[in-house]
Design a protein around this ligand. Structure first.
Ligand code: ARG
Ligand code: ZN
Ligand code: CA
Length: 242
């Protein structure tokens, strides 16, 4: 991924209550967050500790809001079964081979969001974000109020794994991110040491950890390469033509 790489975005809003019908400005705030976080223009990028200054990345991907689709539904809360993407209970994705589809809906069970990795069915491709974690204004609340759930989910959509590799001292298949014991929550004090091999300082401020939104503010160069790889010829998202 070199130069200016643009990804068209369609936002699908499912609402039962008026509050769930999030405003255009709340949606735009999410696009703004994605553009900041993927272009290293987020205000907290400068808070990355010196230890990681050599690996923090400007991913260089721009998101362009193309369309907002809204639908009134009877569903009280959705789950991770993709019902929000069906024509019956939800809104099917728009041009998923060339567009990043996002869904805002009420997710139950404390789920903030979920994503489909590259290589899955086009009919369910995209990311889903709970309406109270979508963007950084309007109905967002609590510690997931800065739009970083979408940054994290779009990371998955671009093939990034959790930084702890979903296992104790597991691997995210990225060389420049340290081994983490497990997921971190809240906002860990720096430095937070791993007990994995080599006892490295954990990169708790990485978007692919599980901290509060204000605790995450960087991708690494290795993550950038992994994301770029899916868009090149032969990659799982080569159809985006970027
Ligand atoms: N639990 C979700 C996932 O694994 C999202 C976590 C997002 N974290 C955040 N601070 N917004 O994909
Ligand atoms: Zn995740
Ligand atoms: Ca790693």
């Amino acid at each position: 991924v070199n130069g200016k790489v643009e990804i068209p975005v369609v936002v699908n809003v499912l609402y039962r209550t008026a509050a769930e019908n999030i405003s255009d400005s709340q949606i735009q705030s999410q696009i703004d967050v994605l553009n900041e976080d993927f272009n290293a223009t987020n205000a907290d990028y400068n808070d990355v500790p010196a230890l990681f200054s050599g690996v923090k990345a400007n991913v260089g991907i721009t998101f362009v809001l193309q369309k907002i689709v809204r639908k009134s539904v009877r569903t009280v809360s959705f789950s991770t079964n993709d019902a929000m993407k069906s024509s019956n209970k939800g809104i099917p994705p728009t041009s998923p081979s060339t567009v990043l589809n996002m869904w805002s809906c009420n997710l139950g069970g404390g789920i903030l969001g979920y994503a489909q990795f590259p290589g899955g069915s086009l009919a369910t491709d995209g990311v889903v974000i709970d309406n109270n974690a979508f963007g950084r204004t309007g109905t967002v609340s609590g510690v997931y109020n800065l739009g970083r759930t979408a940054t994290h989910e779009v990371g998955h959509w671009m093939n990034l794994r959790h930084i702890w590799g979903d296992a104790t001292c597991g691997s995210d298949s990225v060389d420049d991110t340290p081994s983490h014991n497990t997921a971190n929550y809240g906002v860990p004090a720096y430095p937070h040491y791993s007990t994995c091999t080599g006892t490295p300082v954990e990169m708790t401020m990485n978007y692919m950890d599980y901290t509060d939104d204000r605790g995450m503010y960087m991708f690494s160069n290795g993550q950038k390469s992994r994301m770029a790889a899916i868009f090149i010829s032969g990659g799982a998202r080569a159809s985006f033509g970027i």
